[in-house]
Design a protein around this ligand. Structure first.
Ligand code: AKG
Ligand code: FE2
Length: 296
């Protein structure tokens, strides 16, 4: 867990200003300056690749539900949730203080807890469309979370250029009402990125795509309700990224039901302890550790 004492004077200067926080609240995305030293990113990339080749550092609870792909040499996209429970360098990156400090600033909270992480590798791909990541909001996957201020950090482990299929966030989309038509186009597994575009042309005339083309050491943040997706990696380099989904202090569990009135159970809830009412405990320190604690 990190506190304000873990930041240097220089790092404090790199935190978002009040003006930038207001802009994030308005637009639903934020891109930081270079805040993570090259050495740490390089170590993380080494750890990520060794993890993809089967090396695990920690004993961890069963990853039941969340994605935990193995790299079989045929996939063009691998997705491993809770990589931080499994590999040291990924745990170190998640705990690098300025990451959760920026999150605390942006969501105006004094505590940030991990909700999940996802290590993704998009391999170079010329002919198919299989490494695209469909339009979605993160919050749509978390109907049992009470907070609308949850947010996601996206950390590239090398530069991400436009030909590498960067994540694309739609500006202001965190304020959209989810009508039935919009819901139809959105699922991370839906690789048809065009579908939403025709809807947007008709219904949201001034929509704006923001590609997260970042330099090594920069990271982006998006609100849990912001729409985002990414297309294929047409470059010759792997696109390796770490996504960190975070809870602000007030987030709690609330029961949520699908259209058949069945209780929705999200993957992470199969792994965490239960509270005294038998509900998932979103404060379980093993699965949802505190990453940031303190007023900035
Ligand atoms: O890396 C991507 O293309 C998608 C990542 C994503 O969905 C997220 O960070 O929430
Ligand atoms: Fe996402």
């Amino acid at each position: 867990m990190n506190t304000p004492q873990d930041l240097t004077e220089e790092q404090i200067k790199l935190l978002p200003t009040e003006e930038e926080i207001k802009k994030y609240e308005e637009l639903g995305w934020y891109i930081s300056p270079v805040v993570i030293p090259e050495k740490i990113i390089d170590e993380s990339l080494k750890g990520a690749m060794s993890f993809l080749n089967g090396k695990v550092d920690f004993k961890h609870p069963d990853i039941k539900g969340p994605a935990n792909d193995s790299n079989d040499g045929k996939r063009t996209l691998t997705n491993n949730e809770f990589a931080s429970l499994q590999k040291k360098e990924i745990k170190d990156l998640i705990n690098y203080p300025i990451v959760s400090a920026i999150a605390a600033k942006l969501s105006r909270t004094e505590e940030i807890r991990l909700f999940a992480d996802a290590l993704m590798c998009k391999f170079p791909e010329k002919e198919q469309n299989s490494s695209a990541f469909g339009w979605h909001t993160d919050k749509a996957y978390w109907p049992s979370c009470t907070s609308n201020d949850m947010l996601t950090a996206w950390i590239p482990l090398q530069d991400v250029t436009i030909d590498m299929g960067p994540m694309i966030v739609i500006e202001n989309s965190h304020k959209w009402e989810l009508d039935d038509e919009l819901k139809k186009y959105c699922a991370a597994g839906n690789k048809d990125l065009q579908g939403l575009e025709s809807y947007l042309e008709q219904s949201k005339k001034n929509y704006k795509y923001i590609p997260m083309t970042l330099k090594k050491g920069q990271l982006s943040f998006h609100n849990g309700n912001s729409f985002h997706a990414s297309s294929v990696n047409k470059s010759n380099l792997n696109r390796v990224t770490l996504t960190i989904h975070m809870q602000d202090k007030k987030n709690e569990y609330k029961a949520a039901y699908n259209e058949n009135k069945e209780k929705i159970i999200i993957g992470y809830e199969r792994m965490c302890r239960k509270d005294s009412n038998g509900n998932p405990d979103y404060r379980d320190p093993k699965i949802f550790p505190v990453l940031w604690d303190g007023k900035l």
